[in-house]
Design a protein around this ligand. Structure first.
Ligand SMILES: *Cc1c(COP(=O)(O)O)cnc(C)c1O
Length: 398
């Protein structure tokens, strides 16, 4: 997208506003499928918790993706967007058996992540095939909040409990049609990822009814110049050939599945905000914007570094700023950041605002959530209105 397109959107729809570039989503999707082009059966399930607007889900469906869901509400949104139940995998953690059975009644693929529920579910519904989430205890990720494969993680069934899984399967006569791992975000080291994949292959040999192996996600995308990212092409080359060998050994072609969120949508998103005030203090210059961590929590929550561009003055000379929000507690988007000279009223653009941005927004400080706009074929389309005061009152009894 060009700076002028973004400025026009801020003018038309006001600020703050989220913008998503459909073309970028498609190119990321194609990059992934191209990297695995030699795999006969490939399945990309979009992890919709990253960005769950129904228009985005429809876009994913048109690209040929399935869906990875983590709550019954995500399943319902996916069905509403037009996905077939078989195109949806339900990978919850710590939800009730009632919720899992509700998903079962909707006909989606279930992914079970603890022994207690595996035994209960297998006893009640031995005829319904399920996938099991394995924890290979491999640390692939960066930030400890998003690294979910380590030994103390609450996710998945430990690789050391395979004998117990096998006993449950034998006793209940249930069917395991898939095995899954998701070791967390920010995979940098392909050797580590492939090591975890080997553990999954070893595990897979124990199960005779498999249809797919799901390698999760966690592909790292660049946030700023010079950032390292997962080398998808190298991963594609190495994992594809290893997967082909495994399928030969296993006796038939299985589906290779991934469930990326961030990789597909992060770079497609822009968050446009307006500078309310430029405030000089004794030690810094603050740019106070018309938003806060209620709209974009990642810098405060994960220490995420979103590149910020002054699109009202792109050629201006760089100065150091601290970009802060309007929430009444520490609300810092960036400290000592070089940005083209800012004047009150300028529009700033946050990059990488597609994944885990709008979906993590809240009404804290009784603020309203912003609009979302889809940029497609050179046109801007409103795909969610900004909230109004009535939205804050909905459901309140007074
Ligand atoms: C969040 C999540 C993903 C997506 O992770 P990204 O880092 O956004 O690609 C995939 N699978 C599961 C089970 C998840 O919980």
């Amino acid at each position: 997208m060009k700076i002028n397109d973004l400025l026009n959107i801020a003018n038309t729809y006001g600020s703050p506003v989220y913008v998503y570039d459909a073309q970028k989503i498609a190119s990321q999707y194609n990059r992934l499928t191209n990297a695995f082009a030699s795999v006969p059966k490939l399945r990309i399930n979009y992890a919709m918790k990253a960005l769950s607007n129904i228009s985005i889900l429809k876009l994913m469906k048109d690209l040929g993706a399935g869906l990875d869901t983590v709550s019954i509400q995500e399943v319902q949104l996916g069905l509403l967007a037009g996905f077939d139940p078989q195109q949806i995998i339900f990978t919850p953690n710590g939800v009730s058996m009632d919720e899992i059975e509700e998903a079962m009644r909707l006909g989606v693929q279930l992914n079970i992540d603890n022994l207690s529920f595996l035994e209960q579910f297998g006893t009640q519904h031995p005829e319904i095939p399920v996938c099991i989430r394995i924890n290979p205890h491999v640390m692939a990720g960066g930030n400890s909040n998003i690294s979910v494969g380590h030994i103390d993680s609450k996710f998945g069934i430990s690789i050391h409990q395979i004998p117990h899984i096998l006993r449950i399967v034998e006793n209940t006569k249930m069917h395991i049609n898939g095995i899954h791992m998701h070791t967390g975000s920010d995979i940098l080291d392909i050797d580590v990822f492939l090591y975890a994949a080997e553990i999954l292959f070893e595990t897979a040999k124990h199960f005779k009814d498999l249809q797919f192996i799901d390698f999760g996600s966690g592909f790292k995308v660049p946030y700023k110049e010079g950032d390292i990212q997962t080398n998808i092409e190298e991963l594609g080359e190495r994992l594809s050939s290893r997967f082909a060998d495994f399928c030969k050994e296993y006796g038939r072609n299985l589906t290779l599945a991934f469930e990326p969120g961030k990789f597909l949508v992060s770079e497609a998103g822009y968050f446009l905000v307006k500078v309310n005030v430029v405030k000089q203090t004794t030690s810094t210059v603050f740019a106070g914007i018309d938003s806060g961590f209620n709209h974009l929590i990642r810098p405060m929550f994960y220490g995420a570094n979103h590149y910020i561009e002054n699109i009202s003055n792109p050629e201006g000379k760089n100065r150091f700023y601290s970009v802060v929000g309007y929430i009444c507690e520490t609300d810092t988007f960036a400290s000592n950041r070089q940005i083209a000279e800012i004047t009150e009223g300028d529009i700033l653009c946050f990059h990488n605002a597609g994944a885990y941005c709008y979906t993590m927004a809240s009404n804290y400080n009784s603020r309203l959530r912003p609009a979302e706009v889809l940029w497609q074929n050179g046109e801007a389309k409103l795909i969610r209105k900004a909230e109004t005061f009535e939205d804050l009152l909905r459901g309140q009894i007074y």
